[in-house]
Design a protein around this ligand. Sequence first.
Ligand code: ATP
Ligand code: MG
Length: 224
Amino acid sequence: MLDVVDISKSYKESPNVLLGVNLFVSEGMFVSIVGRSGSGKSTLLRIIGALDRPSSGNVLINGCSLASLNPAEAAFLRNELIGFVFQSFHLLPRMTAWENVALPLFHRGVGRSARKARALAMLDRVGLADRVCHRPEQLSGGQRQRVAIARALVGEPRLVLADEPTGNLDSGTGAQVMNLLRALNKDLGVTILMVTHDRAMARLCDKIIEISDGRILSPDEMAG
Ligand SMILES: Nc1ncnc2c1ncn2[C@@H]1O[C@H](COP(=O)(O)OP(=O)(O)OP(=O)(O)O)[C@@H](O)[C@H]1O
Ligand SMILES: [Mg+2]
């Protein structure tokens, strides 16, 4: 499903952020990415999600090469195939929970009543059926994160990219969000790539990848 081929990334101000990263993820896997701050985890996730371009190398998603896409095609692929969950939620403050969740469908041109029905169903799935008309400021951190997960999944993406989805939550709420991601991974068969600082969360995944100084460590180099 996902094939990262020899990706390197340098910024003018930060050379060699990623150095020859190779990664293969098969359909339906739940993979965690760990590594210390600044090791290149978010950069790798942004490149896989076609939000940033590598300096060299390529990413294939379902056989589709990101290098060959123009910006409009990349936006289409993001909207159709990929769901993003960020640590800081990125919810729109003036919109209710269901309107936030429905946004990816709005961008696809889905009509209002169909958008609302699908958003409500997904909010129910993440345990927020009684919070659909709340705005983000009226929700707790864990509830906001669940809204963000519902938004990432409402369009039935094949790949979810989550950058520290439990990073802003206490450990109990973080475990709930983790269990929810695991259940969605199992029930919907969606492939998930999750950056986390938390080794205990990482161990709940099918596979752990550790990045250090811009490259992926082999299993015997990992701290465990
Ligand atoms: N747009 C940019 N321009 C210049 N340098 C950047 C840019 N984005 C990231 N970097 C640099 O790339 C390195 C890796 O950043 P990245 O955000 O990928 O780290 P990370 O592993 O996600 O860290 P954290 O765990 O703190 O989130 C950092 O040293 C950062 O300064
Ligand atoms: Mg990061």
